[in-house]
Design a protein around this ligand. Structure first.
Ligand SMILES: Cc1cc2nc3c(=O)[nH]c(=O)nc-3n(C[C@H](O)[C@H](O)[C@H](O)COP(=O)(O)OP(=O)(O)OC[C@H]3O[C@@H](n4cnc5c(N)ncnc54)[C@H](O)[C@@H]3O)c2cc1C
Length: 379
């Protein structure tokens, strides 16, 4: 009988494991079943463009029904309730057993329970454009100055002040950071360039300001009440997993991406804390999830060949941060890049990562036409 691989979660970690496994084995040699609560894979690094109305959501989401045909796996549109790691069994409305089992259920950004009528999560498929066009808010507050918060606020600045022609006195943009700096996990070079961009994009930055609660009128913060007609929540990511792994913290794994003696059960991606230098975890990034997926596919191949796989070593290749249309900053293999060229590279790299050729072409076409329409931005 051919080996069966079960994958829980079709994000960057789970989907790319299926894609890499298909490089080694045909569907006649190995069966792959992928479970996801959602119907589509969402390409999160481009979501801030969707949010600001630059790209339609259907360009960054790919139905699993299409991906399963291209990469020859069975897709089950089911929510996994429970996992038995000792028998590699997944429990949905029925139970399914596998020879290899992968837990890659990622993370989520919990929105605060609040009566505020306009609170958004960048991960959902909404765009702020419609709301802004219907009823222009006087102030928009983005909570969280990590990569998602910074990219989103820069994109919103372009939307409001360049594309729609509003002025900062008509509508103000605020970014809240609970820490003394923005982008705390990135280098000081990237922080400095991002700070400069925020200033030029008329974003009011509030450092050391923790969002405590949200009411109808705005946000209660550690430094006082901040009125906001629209709130964008980009802070406080927590892992999500089926029982019994549904804790508050990322699941600590070994350097082989296992959590017990069972070497056919792998846990990785945002849900896991995969060991990295100085007892820290590999960062929660799409590129780390893809690197781990490639490792797991090679590990499964090694197991089937009765070989011992080497431990996983995370190689941080690049960080690229979009600072709104026409500008980005990053470090590629230790080389610092900034400006239009960084932005062009940022787009090209993500375009190549899209797992469906048809989507690559549609996005490339959309970006090219947008480039011609785009006003020259001097920030
Ligand atoms: C707005 C935003 C922007 C980002 N930008 C970047 C960026 O520019 N660069 C970068 O490197 N990273 C970026 N990231 C981070 C990146 O998206 C994550 O690190 C990456 O998606 C992690 O992959 P994953 O497969 O572990 O989890 P996810 O991509 O979250 O996928 C998990 C999947 O599991 C499914 N699932 C969860 N629970 C269950 C269940 N019980 N049963 C069945 N299915 C389940 C979910 O539906 C989901 O499809 C961004 C994230 C966000 C939210």
């Amino acid at each position: 009988m051919k080996p069966r691989v079960g994958i829980v979660g079709g994000g960057f970690a789970g989907l790319y494991t299926a894609i890499y496994l298909r490089r080694f084995y045909t569907e006649k040699q190995l069966s792959i079943t992928l479970f996801d609560t959602k119907e589509s894979f969402v390409f999160t690094p481009l979501l801030h463009e969707v949010f600001a109305g630059n790209l339609p959501f259907d360009l960054v989401s790919i139905p699993f029904s299409l991906l399963s045909k291209k990469y020859h796996f069975t897709f089950k549109h089911e929510h996994v309730e429970r996992i038995d790691q000792h028998t590699n069994t997944i429990i949905t409305s029925s139970s399914h057993s596998f020879d290899f089992l992968i837990l890659a259920t990622g993370s989520r950004t919990p929105l605060p329970l609040s009566p505020h009528p306009h609170i958004y999560d960048v991960k959902s498929s909404v765009t702020l454009l419609d709301d802004v066009q219907k009823n222009l808010p006087q102030s928009i507050v983005v909570v969280g100055a990590g990569a998602t918060g910074v990219e989103t606020v820069c994109e919103l600045s372009y939307l409001l002040y360049k594309k729609l022609g509003h002025t900062p006195s008509e509508v103000s943009l605020h970014l809240l950071s609970s820490t003394p700096s923005i982008l705390p996990s990135l280098s000081s070079y990237i922080q400095k360039k991002a700070l400069r961009a925020l200033k030029k994009r008329h974003v009011h930055l509030h450092l050391n300001t923790k969002a405590l609660t949200v009411d109808r009128k705005g946000i209660e913060t550690s430094t006082g009440h901040m009125p906001a007609e629209s709130i964008v929540w980009a802070a406080g990511v927590v892992p999500q997993a089926p029982s019994p792994f549904n804790g508050e913290k990322r699941i600590r794994t070994s350097s082989h991406l296992h959590i017990s003696e069972n070497t056919s059960f792998f846990v990785f991606g945002d849900v896991a804390c995969v060991p990295h230098k100085h007892s820290r975890c590999v960062p929660s990034l799409a590129q780390s999830a893809v690197e781990e997926a490639s490792y797991v596919a090679r590990s499964i191949r090694a197991s089937l060949q009765k070989k011992l796989p080497p431990p996983f070593r995370y190689k941080h290749k690049a960080v690229l941060l979009s600072l709104g249309p026409g500008k980005a900053v990053g470090e590629l293999y230790g080389i610092r890049i900034y400006g239009f060229i960084a932005w062009w590279l940022w787009r090209t790299i993500y375009l190549f990562r899209m797992p469906l050729f048809r989507k690559k072409c549609s996005i490339a076409w959309r970006w090219t036409t947008h480039l011609f329409r785009m006003k020259t931005i001097r920030t």
